[in-house]
Ligand binder design. Structure first.
Ligand code: 1GP
Length: 245
């Protein structure tokens, strides 16, 4: 499967939902059960990743278990080059452009590139932009988070990403953030840059998901709410239908 084409085709006609599963949070069997609920609820892809405790063994086991039970793509959401799994369909080849740590901008990517080539996984070039509060990923990534009221700064990073030829821009408020990325910022980036836009971090309610989608996000990512609600198909279905309506 060509995952970038799958994304491009889907966002031509609507919005996508991707559910994030942290391989460090549960046994691979439980991760697979959550993935089944996601697929049945109408999610478009499963992302596997987390900021801490992610090693090749738990990523491999989780991806393998998930791949056995669902048909939608599994995309790696990596933290470092040491935990890339050949069992995934694709990997976000992402650079945290507003990090102060060269390793998060190009170091891990340089180390990961030959591994990805050898494994034959599809890389999806992506600018990963941390927006306040940024949470653990902002701290671990030594980010200088984009202030919540600085739409212009977000636009500048996103435009730079487009000119670099990246396929996607991800505006990330951080997992478990009190508030998601402001809708005004989503609108500004979509209007000025117009490349496929992923938004995640702190999205918990149907209202939040729907307003971020209406503001111009093409892909809405939720992680925490899925972990908290695992098995509760109705909640996840509600969230996904709010995005897609
Ligand atoms: C984190 O954007 C994702 O990388 C998901 O965030 O856990 O807050 O849904 P949540």
């Amino acid at each position: 499967m060509n995952v970038m084409k799958y994304i491009t085709d889907r966002i031509k006609n609507g919005k996508m939902h991707m559910g994030l599963i942290d391989p460090d949070e549960q046994h691979s069997k439980d991760a697979a059960a959550i993935a089944v609920v996601l697929e049945e609820a109408g999610s478009d892809a499963v992302m596997v990743g987390g900021s801490t405790g992610v090693v090749k063994e738990n990523v491999d086991n989780t991806v393998k278990a998930i791949k056995e039970v669902i048909d939608i793509p599994v995309i790696l959401f990596p933290t470092h080059a040491g935990a890339i799994s050949q069992y995934a369909d694709a990997i976000y080849f992402m650079s945290m452009l507003n990090s102060t740590d060269i390793n998060k901008i190009i170091g891990e990517q340089r180390r990961g590139a030959p591994i990805i080539k050898k494994m034959g996984i599809e890389p999806l070039g992506m600018a990963y932009l941390i927006v306040e509060p940024g949470m653990t990923v902002g701290q671990v990534g030594k980010a200088e988070p984009i202030p919540r009221n600085d739409n212009q700064l977000a636009v500048e990073y996103a435009l730079a990403a487009k000119y670099f030829g990246m396929n996607l821009v991800y505006l990330e408020a951080g997992s478990g953030a009190d508030e998601p990325v402001p809708t005004d910022m989503v609108k500004a980036v979509k209007k000025e840059v117009g490349i496929p836009l992923v938004v995640g971090g702190g999205i918990r309610t149907q209202e939040q998901a729907s307003s971020i989608a209406s503001a111009g996000a093409d892909v809405i990512v939720t992680g925490t709410v899925i972990e908290e609600e695992k098995g509760k198909m109705k909640t996840i279905e509600g969230l996904i239908s709010a995005i897609k309506e």
